[in-house]
Design a protein around this ligand. Structure first.
Ligand SMILES: NC(=O)C1=CN([C@@H]2O[C@H](COP(=O)(O)OP(=O)(O)OC[C@H]3O[C@@H](n4cnc5c(N)ncnc54)[C@H](OP(=O)(O)O)[C@@H]3O)[C@@H](O)[C@H]2O)C=CC1
Ligand SMILES: Cc1cn([C@H]2C[C@H](O)[C@@H](COP(=O)(O)OP(=O)(O)O[C@H]3O[C@@H](C)C(=O)[C@@H](O)[C@H]3O)O2)c(=O)[nH]c1=O
Length: 295
């Protein structure tokens, strides 16, 4: 159970998800950015956690530049795995719960029959970011009280965070034709819905590994088309393959996550991805009227 008076430390508080937790938790949150916790120096983490004496640490800080990680694998591994090991040790010492946010990218191999991945399925991370995040899960699992939440394609941090949604909107302001991959299936998810679900897991004292994404599944191409449909931009989104896009890091062709385990809480699935996207774009409407480029 979340004790209402004990602090909850949120790392990565300047990021999309961290910022959302800090907003939702209000006075109970101690939001820390890289000035307080430099995750590339894990040695400093224990002392910093001792200072705050949290009941829960929600680690949203991470190296999230998937392509850049291919050329900075050591830094990515330090931030996404070694720092998590330090949090696990600190949480054990403080008898605190460690919440580690992880990713659908821990799955990589093309399943024979595409069926949403369950928590018990074998992982097969492909790129450096993906591998470091799996190592981070393993490090978090060393904390006696841990909650590891895998999610996917986060967006919704507002116009200052450039997720896939803002990338599409910026490109859509400039171009009439875009090329977007149509051979990766996943479920992009809204930070508000994911953070609310994580808090439900904490409130029910859940421990272990959970998949938390919006309901349904799509491709990035269909997701982009839905963005433009909702905001009313006339942009043609041509389908291309992942090979044609030729990004430096590999991405899974199928990383839809099964949320049945989360649903055992009895609250049902998270809202459908189309509903989540529509809610987020509604909040952006006043800014879109001015143009995202100029905001
Ligand atoms: N984005 C996505 O699509 C997905 C993300 N995830 C996971 O969810 C979590 C939250 O992601 P999201 O909010 O999107 O990520 P963001 O990139 O928005 O935020 C990550 C935060 O980590 C901080 N950070 C990076 N390096 C350091 C460092 N050396 N020391 C301290 N802080 C650092 C960044 O700080 P600064 O702002 O100063 O750079 C940033 O605020 C991560 O664990 C990520 O792996 C999982 C699935 C999908
Ligand atoms: C901008 C753009 C992207 N794409 C492709 C590239 C990629 O395969 C896909 C999604 O693009 P992104 O670069 O936003 O995706 P990416 O940064 O790989 O997003 C990921 O972030 C990390 C942190 C995670 O943990 C994952 O869950 C995941 O969603 O769309 C196009 O095909 N056309 C485009 O114009």
């Amino acid at each position: 159970m979340i004790k209402s008076d004990a602090p909850i430390l949120v790392t990565g508080a300047a990021g999309q998800l961290g910022k959302t937790f800090v907003r939702m938790l209000g006075d109970q949150a101690i939001g820390c950015d890289r000035a307080e916790f430099d995750l590339s120096s894990p040695d400093s983490i224990l002392a910093a956690v001792r200072r705050y004496r949290p009941q829960i640490v929600i680690n949203c800080g991470a190296y999230t530049a998937v392509d850049k990680a291919e050329t900075e694998p050591e830094l990515c591994e330090t931030i996404n795995a070694a720092a998590v090991a330090a949090f696990a040790q600190a949480c054990e010492e403080q008898d605190a719960v460690l919440v580690q946010i992880s990713t659908d990218y821990v799955f990589g191999a093309q399943p024979e029959v595409p069926t949403p991945w369950q928590e018990s399925d074998a992982t097969a991370p492909q790129g450096q970011y993906a591998k470091s995040k799996l190592h981070g899960e393993q490090a978090a699992a060393a904390a006696p009280k841990h909650l590891i939440v895998r999610t996917c394609g986060l967006y919704g941090g507002g116009p200052n965070h450039v997720s896939f949604v803002e990338k599409m909107l910026q490109l859509g302001e400039q171009r009439t034709h875009l090329r977007v991959v149509d051979d990766q299936r996943c479920t992009p998810s809204l930070v508000d819905d994911v953070a609310a679900a994580v808090l439900q897991l904490l409130e029910s004292d859940s421990r272990g590994l959970f998949h938390v994404v919006n309901d349904g599944e799509t491709t990035w191409n269909e997701f982009a088309q839905e963005i433009f449909r909702i905001v009313g931009y006339e942009v043609q989104v041509d389908p291309i393959s992942t090979a044609e896009f030729n990004a430096p890091a590999p991405r899974p062709s199928y990383s839809v996550l099964d949320t049945a385990k989360f649903q055992t809480l009895g609250k049902g699935p998270l809202p459908h991805w189309k509903d989540a996207l529509s809610r987020y774009l509604t909040t952006l409407r006043p800014i879109l009227a001015e143009g995202l480029q100029t905001s």
